[in-house]
Design a protein around this ligand. Sequence first.
Ligand code: FES
Length: 365
Amino acid sequence: MSSKPSEKRQVVRFAFYKLDSAWRRLSAERQASAKLEFGETIESFAGRLLLRPYGLVGIRGDCDFLLWQVAEDLDSVVALQTALNRTDLGAYLAVPYSYLAMTRRSIYEFPEAPGVGQPSRLVIRPSDARYLFVYPFIKTRGWYMLPKAERQVMMDEHVRIGRQYPSIRLNTTYSYGLDDQEFIVAFEGDSPADFLDLVMELRESKASSYTLRDTPTFTCVQMSLWDMLDTLGGAGSAQAVSRRPTRADGYTPVATLADLPAGTSRRVYVGGDAVALFNVNGTVHAVANRCTHARASLSEGTVDASRCAVTCPWHEGVFSLETGQVLGGPPSLPVATYRVKVEGDTVLVAPPGLIDAREPIAPRS
Ligand code: FES
């Protein structure tokens, strides 16, 4: 046995869900409460599992979304699915594909990529890449009959090709004996075109002739939980989230710090309004998500930590994240700022902290 049995490994599940279209004919009232219940059930597992939602609506016909689940034990994965099955939306969801795997070290030696170092294969750390490309993988039995040194040579070629596409990041997890496939491969990247070129090139590698099965293939789009639920149709998540009870102090829990590491942003909903959250050097700021110029989504903008400002992704309007004032570009009106506080790991937001639109606009830089 080449692997250390004492290695701490993670349990990984890729669960693909398909919504019964009958759900879309329910009342808007029921759809909104079903989305809220489903979303809050997932959020309630935040401390127990790493959970990443991805949408497949418009990409595949046989599934609508993926929940990439990473846990320290199998029980957590079972508990999550049990809780989802008990929800109202869960009654309308099938799981057409479910792949179980674990992390472990590879039996092959991979030299470090220049400047990158050796990634840990025992702990899954998803990136912020826009896309995830997932498929189950089985090698032929002939592959296992080859001497290990011969397989290593073919894996070296495989790795060499992969490194020509540095924008694509591979997560390999192992399923031997746990599920029907041998591996699950999950590639993260921002460019489907790069991934297509990589896979075409890998087809010409020697190792490829030892592939028994590498389908079905899933192209998945990373999005927030509430955006993903909106791809299903029905009442909007904003309507659903506006039903969250507001606390007596006016604050609403909207995210955890684990969801919002330093340097990241995300869209949340407060009282039915979309709000952009930003973690700038450990301080969380919240502003209205819609740019006052032409309504682009500011949560997708670029943050300048030194100015504590966000640049709009469409026409480069710049807003202060501290005051909401316009610091540059075409917008003439400031964005609303929200009050933020953090309790333990929970980020809470309260309106308004609104900047009066009649205030003079700060000089543009
Ligand atoms: S939409 Fe933001 S600057 Fe135009």
